[in-house]
Design a protein around this ligand. Structure first.
Ligand code: ATP
Ligand code: MG
Length: 490
């Protein structure tokens, strides 16, 4: 790529310089020639004009010893050579006979083969001034008819254009030199350009190749604020985004694998239990004491209940995941829901010798929510408190309103959750102490379901920091229900 762009750059520069020089050169040379021709005729027009009446009079007036008019004319012209610009080398004057056009004399010998009859001479032979020259011709001339002593003569000025030719040649070589210098500069410049343009592009290409191979470790350095810099910046942003997306995908994939493994594991335990108890019962039909049979059957029933429970939870989660679970919103008093939860768990709490305290402020508002789901969340966090607090503990339920949100908090003085696990307990199947919570029938799905429900309500479920042992967990939700702008106030 580098090669290619560089060659293109050099070519563009060279073409630019060459075309510029050609245009400038053509214009210059053309206008110098034009100026020179103009100047020639202007000078002659001035010489034969009113300002030089002396000159014209001297040409026309016959003097006493005027035997040879041509020689006299030559003498006058020689005297005025300056104003005619005659240098006797590149520009000469000749005196021609006005009738035959024959050369009678001049500042130099007439060119070999005589003086050609130019259009100007033809005009002068007809008695008109010949003041015309084509730009392309290699000479310029002027023929002025005059009469002296009753005889017509033609003053003929012939310029070989050698001056302008050598001027143009000089200019041409100058332009060539400038061209050569320009080319050298343009090649140097193109190196510089390629350094500032191609190099960053090359770096970008290398970076893209690296990313294409899945290596996101290197960020491209942004060396300029121009388009290439912007491109580099966008590329970095894109690579970063890609990296996060891939990481997210990998995490999701891992979660899915974990989920399947967890589900299999959770279902296998009760199934194994059911199988072994059922086998024992089948093997010893009639041999086992009735009291033992009864106990075994109880275990089997318990285990199948647990499986049903797991499957129900999984079904609920799967409905959330697929977005098929819709809230049945009704308006109900929040305080009543908290109180119902309290009444429902009271018996269970007393069985564990817990004291349960209920702190409900007056006039809590009505809320718009799915009552059954909200009750499910409340029940889960309160029964967690009962489960994970050693018997004889203290549990406090409180509720309140802040702004357009209501909250309920459950505080216990139980085993609490170690700092390292606090961030993870809302994950599916996550349990701090697997053995212990399985004993108490927990599968680690309760809080993840609860959090989904709170999200659906545009509410929140989170742990509250506390110093004393135990756990404080709080749920909050907008009074007006999900989808109401006013409900978003923080
Ligand atoms: P499930 O609710 O699905 O029957 P579970 O109660 O074990 O099972 P979650 O409610 O999701 O699951 O709780 C996840 C984990 O968080 C629990 O296993 C427990 O380790 C921890 N936990 C929850 N509440 C408390 C609490 N009040 N005190 C101490 N640990 C708790
Ligand atoms: Mg639970």
């Amino acid at each position: 790529m580098r090669r290619n762009l560089h060659i293109k750059l050099v070519l563009i520069m060279v073409l630019l310089i060459v075309s510029l020089m050609v245009v400038v050169g053509a214009f210059l040379m053309n206008s110098v020639t034009g100026y020179y021709i103009n100047d020639f005729y202007q000078q002659l027009a001035d010489a034969f004009g009113q300002d030089n009446a002396d000159f014209v009079r001297d040409l026309q007036t016959v003097t006493q010893d005027d035997e040879d008019a041509a020689a006299m004319l030559e003498e006058v012209l020689s005297a005025y050579a300056g104003i005619l610009g005659v240098d006797r080398r590149n520009r000469n004057f000749f005196v021609l006979d006005g009738v035959t056009g024959r050369c009678l004399g001049g500042s130099a010998n007439p060119p070999e083969g005589g003086i050609a009859v130019t259009p100007n001479i033809s005009a002068a032979l007809l008695g008109e001034e010949g003041f015309d020259s084509s730009v392309t011709a290699d000479y310029m001339d002027a023929a002025i008819p005059i009469t002296r002593g009753g005889h017509p003569y033609i003053i003929y000025i012939l310029d070989s254009r050698e001056t302008v030719r050598s001027l143009n040649a000089e200019m041409f070589s100058l332009i060539m030199e400038a061209l050569a210098l320009g080319l050298v500069i343009s090649i140097l410049l193109s190196f510089l350009l390629s350094k500032t343009m191609v190099d960053p592009l090359q770096r970008l290409t290398d970076g893209i190749e690296q990313v294409a191979q899945g290596d996101f470790s290197r960020k491209l350095e942004i060396t300029s604020s121009d388009e290439i810099g912007q491109l580099t910046e966008s590329f970095n942003a894109m690579a970063q985004q890609l990296e996060t997306n891939i990481a997210e995908l990998e995490r999701a994939e891992q979660q899915r694998k974990d989920f399947v493994a967890n589900v299999s594991h959770e279902l296998r335990t009760p199934l194994t239990n059911i199988k072994s108890y059922a086998e024992t019962l089948a093997d010893g039909v009639g041999d086992l004491p009735a009291e033992m049979e009864h106990r075994f059957l109880g275990v089997i029933l318990n285990e199948s209940d647990r499986m049903t429970h797991i499957l129900q939870d999984l079904l609920t989660l799967s409905r959330f995941d697929s977005g098929r679970s819709e809230l049945r919103l009704t308006v109900f008093p929040f305080a009543k829901a908290v109180d119902d939860t309290y009444q429902a768990v009271l018996m269970d709490a007393q069985n564990h010798a817990h004291t349960v305290e209920l702190r409900l402020p007056e006039n809590l508002p009505q809320v718009r929510a799915d009552r059954e789901r909200i009750m499910q969340v409340m029940m889960n966090i309160v029964s967690n408190a009962i489960k994970y607090t050693p018997d004889g503990g203290r549990i406090a339920l409180s509720a309140g309103q802040s702004g357009d949100r209501v909250w309920m908090e459950v505080d216990d003085n139980g085993i609490g959750i170690p700092e390292s696990d606090r961030g993870r307990i809302f994950e599916r199947f996550y349990r701090v102490d697997k053995a212990r919570s399985r004993q108490s029938g927990g599968m680690g799905l309760g809080l993840s379901i609860a959090q989904e429900i709170m999200k659906q309500h545009e509410g929140r479920l989170y742990l509250v920091d506390k110093l004393e042992p135990g756990l404080t967990i709080r749920m909050e939700l907008p009074v007006l229900g999900p989808g109401e702008e006013a409900g978003h106030g923080e």
